[in-house]
Design a protein around this ligand. Structure first.
Ligand code: SF4
Length: 164
């Protein structure tokens, strides 16, 4: 859909946010319904996106839409982003447990540092939360979760200082 250079709300510090098209979760109150259509936006090559990421020289956030619907296409991009030394956050409407049940999604999970998971639930909306819209969503440390065999929260990003 778009690339935003230097966002400060989709993870700690300034980040390159890559917005992918397509989401079927249809959360009531979604902040970005224009990204739901799978044929929205335009095609972009891994090379072009990577060039932009390198010029910005920020860590990266995948968002949308739900990037996990394009997991297969994002694997080579995330491989290349990691090879450049940037950390990757990913927002998804799937839960961490659901992601691990799909081969392509699980492969992308393994290339991401932090996942903010779960649908946006309007009844649990809380504007005081950092990096997430509703209480049900979790900020998950992927490496620790894969090691533990269950979702482990990235506690450091729940602290106010994490915004800096
Ligand atoms: S998962 Fe995100 S983009 Fe998709 S409908 Fe829910 S809030 Fe909107």
């Amino acid at each position: 859909m778009d690339i935003v250079d230097g966002t400060s709300v989709d993870g700690p510090g300034l980040r390159t946010a890559i917005y992918t098209a397509g989401c079927a979760h249809a959360c009531p109150g979604c902040h970005n319904p224009s990204t739901w259509a799978f044929d929205a936006g335009h095609n972009a090559s891994v090379e072009d996106i990577l060039k932009r990421v390198r010029i910005n020289d920020f860590n990266v956030t995948l968002t949308g839409g739900d990037p996990m619907y394009q997991a297969k296409a994002l694997v080579p991009l995330c491989d290349a982003i990691r090879a450049c030394g940037y950390s990757i956050w990913c927002y998804t409407g799937f839960t961490f447990e659901q992601l691990l049940e799909h081969e392509d999604m699980a492969q992308l999970v393994r290339l991401v540092d932090v996942i903010v998971d779960g649908p946006f639930v309007q009844a649990q909306r809380n504007t005081d939360l950092f990096f997430r819209g509703s209480e049900n969503q979790r900020i998950i440390d992927v490496a620790e979760s894969l090691k533990a065999g269950h979702a482990v929260l990235a506690e450091r990003y729940y602290e106010p200082s994490a915004r800096l």
